[in-house]
Structure formats: C-alpha cells, structure tokens
Design a protein around this ligand. Structure first.
Ligand SMILES: *[C@@H]1O[C@H](CO)[C@@H](O)[C@H](O)[C@H]1NC(C)=O
Ligand SMILES: *[C@@H]1O[C@H](CO)[C@@H](O)[C@H](O)[C@H]1NC(C)=O
Ligand SMILES: *[C@@H]1O[C@H](CO)[C@@H](O)[C@H](O)[C@H]1NC(C)=O
Length: 307
C-alpha cells in the first residue's frame, strides 16, 4: 500500500515536473505569453470602452469658448432678409412652404370639429380703431402682416377695408393660437380637447363665416419663428400690425423682427401704446425702437405708428 502510495506520489511529482517543463518550454512559453498578451489587450479594450462611456456621460469640465459679449447684443437682429417675393406670389409661397401646397381652409371645418366651434365668435380690443382705415388708405398695402391675431377681429376688419377700397390684399396672421395661460378664464366657450384649445379653428371659422378665406391666411407659429421664416422666404409686407405679447421683451423682439420684413415705404404700427400691462412694456419697447432707428412715434387712438 505504502509502496504503491509512494510510487503514486512519485508519478504525480513527475507529472507536475513534466507539466512545468512543458509550460516553460520555448513553445509553450510562446502560447502562455500570447495568452497573457491577449488578456492584457482584452483588459485594456474593456477599460478603454468603459472609459469612453464614462467620458460620454460625464463631459469634462472646460471653460466655455470666449465670446465677446456687449450690450449691443440686445440690439442685434438680422435686418437682411431674402430678396422679396412678388406680392402676387406671397400666398402661394406660404401655401407651398407651410401647408404642403393646399389651403388650410380646404374642407374646413373637419367633421370632428364642427360641434366644437361656434358659428362666429369674435372678440377683440381696439380692433376697429380709425388707425386701420387711415393707414390702409395711405399705404394701399398688397401684403399685410398681423403679429398677434387671436380670434381675427382686426384681421377681418382690415379685410373688409381692403375689399371696400378695391385693393387686392393678402393678410397674413401670425399667431400660435394658444391665447395665453388662463385665457379661458374669460373665454370658457372656446373649447379645449386634451389641452388643445380650439383657437385656430375658431379663428378660421370666423374668417370663413366672413367670406375671407382667400384674403386671410393663418401662420400658426410663435411670432419669433414665423417672422424669421418670412424673412428667410423673402415675404415682405407693406403694412405690419404688432399686437402679440405685451411685455417689453416680447414686444421688443416682435417689433425688431417685423421691421426687417417691412418694405421700403411701408408702415409698422401696433396696439396698446397706453396700456399699463407688464409695466408699460409695449410703450417702452416702441420708444426704445424709435430712438434706436431715429423714427418718430405717432400715437393714434390706442395705437402707436412709427414714421
Ligand atoms: C402633400 O402633397 C402631396 C402632393 O399633393 C401629397 O401626395 C401628400 O400626401 C401630401 N402630404 C401631406 C402630409 O399632406
Ligand atoms: C358670405 O357669402 C355667402 C354666400 O355668398 C353670403 O350668403 C353671406 O351673406 C356672406 N357673408 C358675409 C359676412 O359677407
Ligand atoms: C439673415 O437672414 C437671411 C435670410 O434668411 C440669411 O440669408 C442671412 O444669413 C441672415 N444673416 C445672419 C447674420 O444671420
């Protein structure tokens, strides 16, 4: 037994010796090195890839690129728009670029919206002031841009005036047709579905009821992006009415952007020169703009006109 055991141990030792010799023989050394090498490479790759992920999710802190900031940034608006599209092509240009080539009034109202709309629901403020007729008679506009339309009261009034004066005028109504937060406190009859207020449809319904679907076109985007788009497309206006946000910053941006698409000899005017809203934001914006451009503010009823 013992002898056997000893023999067994000897053969085990021998075996181990052979294994060790084998392992460190030049040939096996090679494959061991190779093994270690691949292990190291794989480890390094794993490390690198995890390092890359870490780098992607936690951007390294670095100082922002240096830009020269000065007060003049507040006055920097793009005043060079694309070459003017001829007046008679303005409507088609917008139908093509914004509405896939067809009028939003085609087949309006859609069946699902009929019960949500009132036959005609118009409410505006100062929408029929004398200033509209005075300026339309003076300018004889081919293109009018209205910035801030709500339910269309002043747009429809201007359409009536241009028709009466025999003018072929296109009126573009820029509005996001969201109203303002909580506007339904005062306009409960404007329906809301899943948070979507029916303002654009009611505006269109009012336009359709007044037979002005060929004269008035909604441009249903924020005033900033819509005015920038008109500038890009070369859609210029002879008469521009600004009556959207009444805080200084909204009014300031709207007036500056609108002015860039005003044709030479055109007139820009707006509502609520005297309102106390937002700390007289409109008046401060209009006065600053007039000062910067060397223009004169001429109040007319509730409106301001720049000359
Ligand atoms: C846009 O107009 C084309 C051509 O009239 C029509 O084939 C396509 O379905 C329209 N696309 C949409 C989204 O209405
Ligand atoms: C619109 O046109 C229809 C059909 O011609 C007419 O009956 C209606 O009185 C017109 N509405 C207005 C407001 O002009
Ligand atoms: C101003 O707008 C025009 C027309 O969209 C554009 O071609 C031009 O690059 C803009 N200029 C600047 C300084 O943004």
């Amino acid at each position: 037994m013992k002898e056997e055991n000893h023999l067994h141990q000897q053969s085990l030792l021998h075996l181990r010796k052979i294994q060790l010799q084998h392992l460190f023989s030049p040939k096996k050394l090679n494959s061991a090195t190779t093994y270690l090498f691949f292990f190291a490479v794989a480890y390094a790759l794993g490390f690198l890839s995890s390092y890359t992920i870490i780098q992607q999710t936690t951007p390294q802190l670095q100082s922002p690129p240096q830009t020269h900031i000065s007060d003049s940034e507040l006055f920097r608006f793009n005043s060079t728009c694309a070459d003017p599209v001829p007046s008679k092509l303005v409507r088609q240009t917008l139908l093509d670029r914004l509405f896939n080539g067809s009028s939003p009034f085609d087949a309006f109202p859609p069946p699902h919206a009929v019960s949500l709309l009132r036959q005609k629901r118009i409410k505006g403020w100062g929408s029929t002031g004398a200033v509209f007729e005075t300026l339309i008679r003076r300018v004889k506009p081919r293109t009018i841009v209205e910035v801030g339309s709500f339910l269309g009261a002043s747009a429809i009034h201007m359409a009536e005036l241009t028709r009466r004066l025999g003018l072929k005028t296109q009126i573009l109504c820029i509005d996001d047709f969201r109203g303002w937060p909580r506007f339904r406190d005062r306009f409960r009859d404007i329906k809301m579905i899943n948070g979507d207020v029916m303002l654009m449809y009611q505006f269109m319904q009012n336009v359709a009821q007044s037979n002005f679907t060929e004269v008035i076109l909604p441009v249903p985007f924020s005033t900033g992006s819509a005015l920038a788009q008109l500038c890009d497309l070369g859609v210029h206006a002879d008469l521009i009415e600004v009556d959207a946000g009444h805080d200084f910053h909204s009014a300031w941006a709207d007036i500056n952007r609108a002015y860039s698409i005003l044709r030479p000899g055109g007139v820009i005017f707006g509502h609520d020169y005297y309102t106390a809203a937002d700390n007289r934001g409109v008046r401060r914006a209009v006065n600053l703009f007039a000062k910067v451009k060397g223009l004169k503010v001429i109040p007319d009823g509730q409106h301001w006109v720049l000359a």
